[in-house]
Design a protein around this ligand. Structure first.
Ligand code: ADP
Ligand code: MG
Length: 583
């Protein structure tokens, strides 16, 4: 055959094939247009799995009557003008292809009225040709009806599945948009029957109740409010299932990036990683996560259906997701129990016992905690801090120390073993990060400035590290060559080998690939706490242990150290009773 340029009609049908694969793709594009138009209510209707008819009605801004035709032209959009605009896309659409593609392979009727117009417009388009146009009364907003999808593309029509299957795709899609836009009320009608309605209250949890039922939704773990400190550039929020409610496939991991539903194997894996050791082999969690980041850090123009994106910093996105979910799980999943998966603490009667136990623990509250170190009165290991007790930990009464490493305590469910180093690390870590917000981390000036020799690699990066080091409480200044002068150190490191402490923090900073301010702060702080925290093998007085427990209770995530290891394990009373033959 000779080479020929395809007719517009053939080219349009081929192009449409990339965007419109099945009925659900039409619904997706129309719902996205409605959301971009600022709709607060969207009504979706499908007949025979969408083959016969699909209709999406919104109360958004509408289309001006002199723009209705051009809206159907290929590459016609009101959402983008220049190539630069592509770098900060804030709308779901931007390619200007959807209406043209839909119209090329179906019969479309558009009813619309813009805010400032008295009468709206009705436009009928069949196989990309306008067949009729007339004034039409319509409330503000747009209604697009799509009939007989692929009537003129038999090849595609053949590949449609059963009505039930196509309908399922539509159901899933509508539910996803309802979850991504809880402030918008989305209603779905299939063959004349109402099958889904989101409340439009603005709360994702309300949508989840509609989708998964009240009980399941309420047992979900909230993500995101726990720790926004670590990576402000990528914000992750949403809900994830408790470990006991697992599924047989990954389909229930739903991800939105800047309001766009996306499929991303990497991030799906990040969610699964967060459940590491928490789920049985081969089982998968349920999660609905919203990932928000500056639009210029994500490329949405990867695929015609816009369901894949490219992150500028893929690994940072991965870590942000994994960490947000992990931290929420860690904070809300029971303390690990030796010998047996934990029962729910906080259940039977611990509120009653709490009073007694707290009273017992308060005995040492007034003591002046001065560690005995060569008679020198330095900072106590665990200075008393304010009350503000949260209830993330059961009340614990300290009984003693084991192997100069673990604190033994009594709690509502039995005996708790607390790793003194891990617990102190957690306390210092949160104090340090909190102090950085208020820009006054306690720092101790050295009597004499101390020269420290850096490696060539370290001194090259020093400029970038001065700020985070300063926020941590270090005063470091370049001294020529690879030498720096150390003038002040964070108080928590005052009694360590300060030279070695600085070096190990620099090593930690060098190990991070992403020089994000918050990320560096967190890494540096974690490294500082590792050095500064009380070590295993150190004898602690009863009062010191009591003070440490009280400070641990005040932290946000008391159950793990900054590196994710548990701070405590429970030896339950139930277990003891069984072992001693009392039950
Ligand atoms: P895109 O969404 O990528 O801009 P579309 O082909 O989906 O391309 O839509 C073309 C244009 O038509 C949009 O840019 C918008 O201006 C207008 N439009 C489409 N649907 C709606 C709607 N429901 N409400 C208001 N305007 C709409
Ligand atoms: Mg669009």
């Amino acid at each position: 055959m000779p080479i020929r340029v395809l007719t517009d009609e053939v080219a349009a049908k081929i192009a449409a094939g990339e965007v419109i694969e099945r009925p659900a793709s039409v619904i997706k594009e129309l719902v996205e247009n409605a959301i971009d138009a600022g709709a607060s209510s969207i009504h979706v209707e499908a007949r025979q799995g969408g083959r016969r008819l699909m209709r999406v009605a919104d109360d958004g801004c509408g289309i001006a009557s002199d723009e209705v035709e051009v809206a159907f032209a290929r590459h016609a959009t009101s959402k983008l003008q220049s190539v630069e605009d592509l770098e900060h896309i804030a709308t779901l659409g931007f390619r200007g292809e959807a209406l043209a593609s839909i119209a090329a392979v179906s019969q479309v009727t558009l009813l619309t009225r813009a805010e400032d117009e008295e009468v709206g417009t009705r436009l009928r388009v069949e196989g990309a040709h306008v067949v009729r146009r007339e004034p039409y009364g319509h409330p503000r907003g747009t209604t697009v009806s799509v009939e007989n999808l692929f009537y003129n593309v038999p090849a595609r029509l053949k590949f449609l599945r059963t009505d039930a299957t196509e309908r399922k795709h539509i159901d899933n899609l509508v539910v996803r948009y309802a979850m991504a836009y809880p402030q918008c009320q989305i209603v779905l009608e299939n063959d004349g029957r109402l099958t889904f309605r989101s409340p439009g209250s603005g709360s994702l949890l309300d949508v989840l109740i509609e989708v998964y039922g009240l009980e399941a939704a309420q047992s979900m773990i909230a993500i995101g409010s726990v720790d926004e400190d670590q990576d402000r550039q990528i914000h992750v929020s949403g809900y994830a299932s408790p470990p006991e409610a697992h599924r047989s496939n990954r389909e229930h991991i739903t991800l939105f990036v800047n309001g766009r539903w996306i499929q991303d194997r990497g991030l799906t894996f990040a969610v699964e990683q967060a459940y590491h050791t928490l789920l049985p082999e081969g089982r998968h969690p349920l999660a609905v996560l919203r990932i928000e980041l500056p639009p210029d850090q994500v490329d949405v123009n990867v695929h015609p259906t816009k369901s894949e994106v490219k992150f500028q910093r893929q690994s940072a996105a991965f870590r942000a997701v994994q960490r947000a979910v992990r931290e929420a799980l860690v904070a809300q999943v029971p303390i690990p129990e030796a010998w047996r998966p934990a029962a729910q603490w906080g259940s039977e009667g611990w509120q009653e016992r709490r009073g007694i136990l707290v009273g017992a623990g308060a005995a040492g509250a007034a003591l002046d905690l001065i560690p005995r170190r060569g008679g020198e009165a330095t900072q106590p290991w665990f200075p008393e801090t304010g009350p503000a007790r949260t209830e993330k930990l059961p009340p614990l009464r300290v009984l003693g120390q084991l192997a100069q490493t673990y604190i033994i305590a009594e709690g509502p469910q039995g005996m708790y073993l607390i790793d003194q180093h891990a617990a102190h690390e957690r306390v210092l870590y949160e104090q340090l990060l909190a102090g950085q917000d208020g820009a006054n981390v306690p720092s101790q000036t050295l009597l004499e400035a101390l020269p420290v020799e850096l490696t060539p690699g370290q001194s090259e990066e020093l400029d970038e590290w001065l700020e985070p080091l300063h926020r941590l409480g270090f005063e470091v200044e370049p001294f020529g060559g690879t030498t720096v002068l150390l003038r002040a150190v964070p108080v928590i490191l005052a009694r360590t080998d300060v030279r070695a402490s600085l070096t190990s923090i620099l090593d930690e900073l060098a190990a991070g690939e992403e020089p994000l301010a918050e990320e560096m702060d967190a890494r540096a702080a974690a490294a500082a706490c590792k050095r500064g925290a009380v070590k295993a093998g150190q004898t602690l007085a009863l009062e010191e242990m009591q003070a440490l427990i009280r400070q641990l209770e005040e932290t946000t995530l008391p159950r793990t150290c900054p590196h994710g290891r548990p701070t405590m394990v429970l030896l339950s009373q139930t277990w003891m009773e069984r072992e001693f033959g009392r039950r």
